[in-house]
Design a protein around this ligand. Sequence first.
Ligand SMILES: Cc1cc2nc3c(=O)[nH]c(=O)nc-3n(C[C@H](O)[C@H](O)[C@H](O)COP(=O)(O)OP(=O)(O)OC[C@H]3O[C@@H](n4cnc5c(N)ncnc54)[C@H](O)[C@@H]3O)c2cc1C
Length: 1001
Amino acid sequence: MLRAARTNFWTLGLRAATKGVVFDLGGVVIPSPTPVIKDFEKKIKLKKNTIVKCLIKNGDNSAFSAFERGELLPKEFEVAFGKELSEFTGKKVDVSGFVEFLESKISEPIPDAMEAIQTLKKLDYKIGILTNNWKNENGESFMMKDELFDVVVESAKLGTRKPNKDIYEKIIEEMRIAPEELVFLDDIGKNLKAAKKLGIQTIKVETGKPQKAIHALAEIIGKELVDWPSTTTPLRPGLELDEQKLRKFLKEKLNLEADELILRQFDHGQSNPTYYIKYAGEELVLRKKPPGKLLKGAHAVEREFQVMNALGKAGVPVPKMRCLVEDESILGTAFYIMDFARGRLFKDAGLSGVPKEERKDCYKAVIEALAAVHNVDPIQNGLQGYGKEKGYLSRQVKTWTKQYRSAETEKIESMENLAEWLGENVPRQQLPLSVVHGDFRMDNCIFHPTENRVVGVLDWELSTLGDPLADLAYMCMQHHLPSTGNGLSGVADLDLEEEMIPTVDEIVDFYKEVRGLKVDFDLDYYLAFCFFRLAAICQGVYKRALQGNASNKELGLTFGPFVHLLSGMGTHFMERSTENKKKIQQELRRSNERFITSPDELRPFAKRVYNDVREFVYEEILPKEHELGSQEFDDKLRWTQPAIMEELKAKAKTAGLWNLFIPFNIDEEMKYGKGLTNLEYAFMAEEMGRTLFGSEPFNCSPPDTGNMEVLIKYGEDEHKEKWLEPLLNGEIRSCFGMTEPAVASSDATNIESSIVKDGDEYILNGRKWWTTMAMHPHCKVCIFMGKTDFNAKRHVQQSMILVPMDSPGLTIVRPLTTYGHYDAPGGHAELDFNNVRVPASNLLVGEGAGFMIAQGRLGPGRIHHCMRLIGHCERSIDLMKERLRNRIAFGKPLAEQGVWKERVGMSRVQTDQARLMTLLAAHKMDTIGAKVAAKEIAMIKVIAPQVAQTVIDHAIQAHGAAGMNHDLPFSGMMTWARALRLADGPDEVHLQAISKLEMKK
Ligand SMILES: Cc1cc2nc3c(=O)[nH]c(=O)nc-3n(C[C@H](O)[C@H](O)[C@H](O)COP(=O)(O)OP(=O)(O)OC[C@H]3O[C@@H](n4cnc5c(N)ncnc54)[C@H](O)[C@@H]3O)c2cc1C
């Protein structure tokens, strides 16, 4: 492009070569005063644009013009300008402090402009400044002192201002360059117009886009202006690199060789020195450990290389990694080299340098980059072992509490409360494990030079594996910090709507949208944690300053009050989180009181989850049903977990449709489940029951559901950590071993397996069968029921104990089939326990509690089966209706044959009847508990499988022979419906119990 531009100039021969460049100051070399004026307007409660309108109206006669001509000093100007505005608005306006406010906001030069000026100087261009400025109280003008400028023409000194012709003539004269050999950059159209009239080439600088203007200037002069990033400095003493060794290395390793080597150091205060290298046409960044003795584990550049390399390969915007060098003989310490990501860096979260209408896009770009990081499965992408896979948040809370304690200087109540609350309320990680950046914010993202997209996420020093929500909360923290904050700049004091900056809710929604998340999460916990962490960091800085160890003692001492402020913020989120939880609990208790019979009556949250489940079943699971069902016919694949099932699980988990079955009444703190009632879940389970493969993707499938409930209710912390957590995460599967071939297991008191104590262990002996899921490759634990005391009372002889599936002496004898189905990959196995030893601590509750646990376990399990059976019925009815409408026999559709009208009618009657009874049982379980609702549970356990058998049988019949084949779901469903007349207790046993209760009446 540059070449093309240059060719045009030469070939057309219309323009003289440029010799000098004149810059306006405000809005070109330093920030523009216009947004500052608007801020001031707001500060003194003036209507938007009042000042500009007043200036336009009074033109050269305004106090501002006089101020710029140097006729008024700041105080005089403020009096005159206040008067002018009062007249203009018709009410008293006081602008005292305006000049100080303005100067404080615009004195820092724009780095890109400065870099371009430096390059122009090196290229022998003459540099001029042409500015409308003012004088301060001492009579000196407001002007940047810089020896880079050859000529400075100021309105305040000259007594005339742009766009008056004489001021341009003055600069032309002082520059001693012909107008057509000059380029003038200004952000105001009429100033440019006046210059153009005299033959000067002009470039308009758009607000917040100095890069664009510099690019235009580069095109005019035909040379790159930005040689190195403005954020670099010459190498700092003590951090120099051996240039010879570096050149040798670059040649040998990267095949680069050249005369000129540009080597600079990035100026922002990273703990690992970072260098910019321009060599042989390549722009590189070298990052190394600092010299000297280092703390163990700190400055791990190897880790940074590993994570960026892996993420880059997985498509995350990070600079391309070139090489990692651990050989310290080359540059003194380990280092790595990556590509330099050229682009824009926004230091402030308020994006003051970006036009307002582009700010949302910038935020979106940052969130997209964050989502890209979090979407990478670290284990699948070579980052196994990059961090611990479990317990991220609890570890973080412990670490920062410890850190805080080591720097504590006084008892701060809010810090005490936070530390305790954070430790006690650690939420279970809801989203899949990801790389956590650890310091993710706007100013760690490099934006494309002209487009609003992130081209590189930097600073991975604190990254590890963990809970991605920690990053999201950290990013949202800035919304609760002031824009004037040290280090972390925020937007809390800005009018977000006016500034066109997204709110926290918009950020979270966008994150969810980009990641396809439907999950609701309590970001307040994470925010409370982030503030606690920041407070702990500040406490550390403060303590070091008190001890005299801080690099900047005075600054360090100012951090003390921050600890109070930040822990106060943390407390706010802690209270909000607690309050929200209470509200949800109250809502759930209220909703428990209502018996509803249709999903339309669900409370909004439950309705949303229900709709999401339904959509997931239809859109994600049903299309894969046949493929999932076919695997058991493949001898090689039969006992393997289908990859698509794992994909479905990951999707459902990410969507927040996970562990829905855990009822609120056993999980009031909503530690494990979603806070749904059994009744609410019944509607969802019905949707899952539309296919035999419908519950596993949501981690709601038996026997894990029952086993998880057992562990929630009866497990010790150790059991929970070892077995419940991986079950809740869907990482392992489990089985339940009660039934024995040798005895009538309908009566659990008959079982004969033994559990005998031997020191710290129990020895298990016995034979079990119909142990569902034991064949599954992920099945890792069995809840084994046996007798610890054959002589005790009938119902206290039994105990339950957790048995790892890989225990020596435990053998899978064979898989059993149900009507010829293997129900693979979980199957139903016959198991032999031959002197299996397990730690005594694996016993649940205590000796003799087995029967009680079994009763507790079977209640929810039974009802879940029934809920799904209703789903089998509805699916069968749907398919049956379709078939009946379309199949023509004896001259008319089957639907018109009388017998089918009756079968369809009865199917509807029976299904609705069974559903209503199931819902009632669920409601009773919610309100009076499974024990008291035993009759209702027994009744549905009898009726639902029978209804399902009838309805499915009609559907088979309607499909003719096709109905028997596994192309259609009926044979599998029918098998289950039949099996459920035995599994979890045969019909007769339930009827016996119902009849016993009935007879008592
Ligand atoms: C598909 C499937 C999955 C299973 N999964 C598991 C599992 O994961 N874990 C597990 O431990 N077990 C499981 N079982 C076993 C199931 O729980 C038992 O089969 C059931 O409890 C019956 O025990 P049984 O087979 O020993 O039959 P028995 O106790 O021998 O009973 C046989 C029959 O006797 C009749 N009968 C029994 N009691 C009475 C009575 N009081 N009045 C009148 N007639 C009566 C019934 O008709 C009954 O079917 C599963 C079974 C199936 C089919």
